[in-house]
Write a protein that binds this ligand. Sequence first.
Ligand code: NAD
Length: 330
Amino acid sequence: MTGGAGFVGTWLCRQLLDDGWHVLVVDNLVTGTRAAVDRLSCHPNFSFLEADVARPFLVEGAVDLVMHLASPASPVDYAALPVETMLVGSQGTMHALDLAQLNGARFVLASTSEVYGDPLVHPQPEHYWGNVNPVGPRSVYDESKRFAEALTTAYRSSRSVDTGIARIFNTYGPGMRADDGRMIPAFMTQALRGEPLTVAGDGSQTRSLCFVTDTTAGLRALAASSCAGPVNLGGQDEVSVLELAETIRRLAGSRSRIRFVDLPEDDPKVRRPDTSRAQQLLGWAPSVGVEEGLLRTLEWFDQQLAEPSTRGAGSRQRTALTSDESALGA
Ligand code: NAD
């Protein structure tokens, strides 16, 4: 698994290890963490290779499945790493595909809803080609994933690699970095610290949220199939960004105010997947409700915040962490 030291990859690794797989993570820790690797390292079937997959890397032994997750994924991260993002989407994808071809292995690409850009079709089905600015601030990520999808398709058609493409929509849950710049970690840490929740624009833009265990269930189902995709994986509960901020504030029992900030350039106005293909081909549908997922994530962020004085800015509802969530390092 490339990118297995990151947020989604860590969850996926643990589940695959629990299922009896031997998992080798190849990651350069550019946005993933050493702590995540250390926590996985106690498993006897886990191994780690610190390497940049945009450069050639060597894997010894047979490989049955290559899951390619390596890429900066948050707008803050890929804005800070623009060339690296393009290289991991292009050369990194090529090296991961070469590994699959060499071993006759199944290959799964973690692509993104960002391939739809600022969509003109709503909800987004897989046959929609998208509306992407090739030279905007998000283009390094959007275009590298679009290139990765095209390269994956070329390896399938011309080199007979058994490939599957997942288009992942906004995924959240315990294990996200508080400082990764994505909306949910930002709102949660702000609410828990009693700071203003920074909502971009007027907050009317929408997002559809998917709890991380639902996303990883979809990725595993795709891996176990021979489906080429692309397949959308995402939640159906579409909420405006302002509604989401207000919900998080309520669930956190926080008295933080909302502060409106400038809308970033090319920010998508709407986002909701059409997931009928995933339901038909993979039997997949998300199962964790938004409030339940948000509460589990809030609980986790609450435990991460260092200063005891900033914790629990109010008398919010509490939920028990699962053993998997506790294992993330709470
Ligand atoms: P993340 O930043 O937490 O994890 C990405 C991992 O990739 C990190 O461990 C990082 O160190 C590693 N990486 C980056 N460049 C690398 C390179 N050149 N060589 C080796 N390792 C490298 O992000 P995430 O949220 O876990 O996302 C995982 C994948 O899923 C990404 O490909 C992302 O584009 C995709 N995705 C995620 C979401 C989401 O909402 N989380 C949505 C759509 C798509």
